[in-house]
Ligand binder design. Structure first.
Ligand code: PMP
Length: 430
């Protein structure tokens, strides 16, 4: 595989872009080599500037559930652009978007659009603090909620991959307001709530984690969080930026039957354009300006292009008969094939999957349910597997601590090729 053009492009990029990338997770530092520069993407495939084609499981880190350049999304963007790309005044599409989000995720009665998942979580936390008149927040080790100061404490995703879970630049004053608990360990939360009685504004979590790899919540943990929040007057915030409209139409909250007080969203609701949103109980959302005193705003919030791509995507998800069943079938087929490879080769590994997101953990543990389980993974082995995957035409996240995403555009042929290439890679690693 020739990637000379990407190599040259990277050399140019690093001259004027820190690390050559506009988001650290795109760098290949932890797996070796330089990132591939992308020329185009179509359906399940992505093509680099050297004209190598890969089956894509990054899907822009989650948004591309319909596959790349879906004709309806492209058409909606063309149509919208011709009428101007931003007005800074309300549009009908914003109301339609809000109505659809509320319909698909019934815990949400009122929703505010922003421009990224980071903005969504930062704003939701400010709102929770304003509403409860409390300062502290509990987050979980290995969970990532964007790069807001309050969340860069024991954070996952790139912060974990690059060894900076507690980022310099976050003031001590901010850091002391963030308490960290252990995911899937309810006692670690209950003891913090007792210790800081009446001081915790919110508990925020990825209800299914993706940013330390995929981990499911136990029923005991997630139901216990809901009860503890209610008991303590603390708001429960589900960060469904990744899981929303992916693991089920109504997100992880639908699968586990939990009603969070606030939900943060992003990725899929922008259909590949920059977007975020947060919403929840009307009584809480009404604390926001201009109705209430908690301030949050945005020049490009509810931007027509993002609304056009997002609305088109959400409408398809909401109305296509059997969409989530088909996505589940594809994802289950892939995971079963990968599992069969592990079993037949007696290769140590664990596959965690919820709907169309999964992680293959390189570990000798039997299960991966906690952050400390994740930390036992063999990242060297992952790096080799990743590089072999690329050579075989499979593009996945360049880190062990991430999820892979299946889209509706992945064909059975794509999935079978992925299973076969994975087997070849495992055989070479033995
Ligand atoms: N929350 C979660 C759960 C995420 O996965 C991410 C991004 N991967 C974010 C928040 C931040 O979103 P963004 O990158 O759009 O700021």
């Amino acid at each position: 595989m020739n990637t000379n053009k990407s190599k040259a492009a990277f050399k140019e990029a690093i001259k004027h872009i820190p690390g050559g990338v506009n988001s650290p997770v795109r760098a290949f530092n932890s797996v070796g080599g330089n990132p591939l520069f992308i020329q185009s993407a179509q359906g399940s495939k992505i093509t680099d500037i050297d004209n190598n084609e890969y089956i894509d499981y990054v899907g822009s880190w989650g948004p591309m559930i319909l596959g790349h350049a879906h004709p309806d999304v492209v058409e909606a963007l063309h149509r919208t652009a011709e009428n101007g790309t931003s007005y800074g005044a309300p549009t009908l599409m914003e109301t339609q978007m809000a109505e659809l989000i509320c319909e698909m995720m019934p815990s949400i009665q009122s929703v505010r659009m922003v421009n990224s998942g980071t903005e969504a979580t930062m704003s939701a936390l400010r709102l929770a603090r304003g509403y409860t008149k409390r300062d502290l927040v509990i987050k979980f080790e290995g969970c990532y909620h964007g790069h807001g100061d309050s969340f860069l404490i024991k954070a996952g995703s790139g912060a974990l991959t690059f060894g900076t879970p507690n980022s310099p630049g976050v003031t001590k004053g901010t850091a002391i307001d963030t308490l960290t608990a252990k995911y899937n360990n309810l006692d670690s939360v209950l003891s913090l709530l007792e210790q800081y009685k009446d001081q915790v504004a919110a508990i925020i979590l990825e209800p299914v984690t993706g940013n330390m790899g995929v981990i499911k919540p136990t029923d005991h943990f997630i139901k216990g969080l809901r009860k503890a929040c209610t008991d303590h007057g603390t708001l429960l915030i589900f960060d469904e930026v990744m899981t929303g409209f992916r693991v089920a139409k109504g997100g992880a909250q639908e699968l586990w039957g939990i009603t969070p007080d606030l939900t943060t969203m992003g990725k899929i609701i922008g259909g590949g354009l920059p977007v975020g949103a947060y919403g929840g109980k009307k009584e809480i959302m009404d604390m926001l300006a201009p109705n209430g005193p908690v301030y949050q705003a945005g020049t490009l919030s509810g931007n027509p292009m993002a609304m056009a791509a997002g609305l088109t995507t959400l409408k398809l998800l909401n109305t296509t008969e059997g969409f989530y069943e088909e996505l589940e079938e594809k994802s289950a087929f892939l995971a079963a094939g990968l599992q069969k490879n592990l079993d037949e080769l007696n290769f140590p590994g664990v596959i965690n999957r919820v709907g169309a997101m999964f992680t293959l953990f390189f570990t000798s543990e039997k299960e991966v349910n906690t952050f400390s389980d994740v930390m036992k993974c063999d990242t060297e082995r992952f790096a080799k597997y990743f590089r072999l995957g690329l050579q075989g035409g499979i593009y996945s996240a360049p880190s062990q601590f991430e999820a892979s995403f299946v889209s509706i555009a992945h064909s059975t042929e794509d999935l079978q090729k992925t299973i076969d290439k994975s087997r070849e890679a495992l055989e070479q690693l033995i």
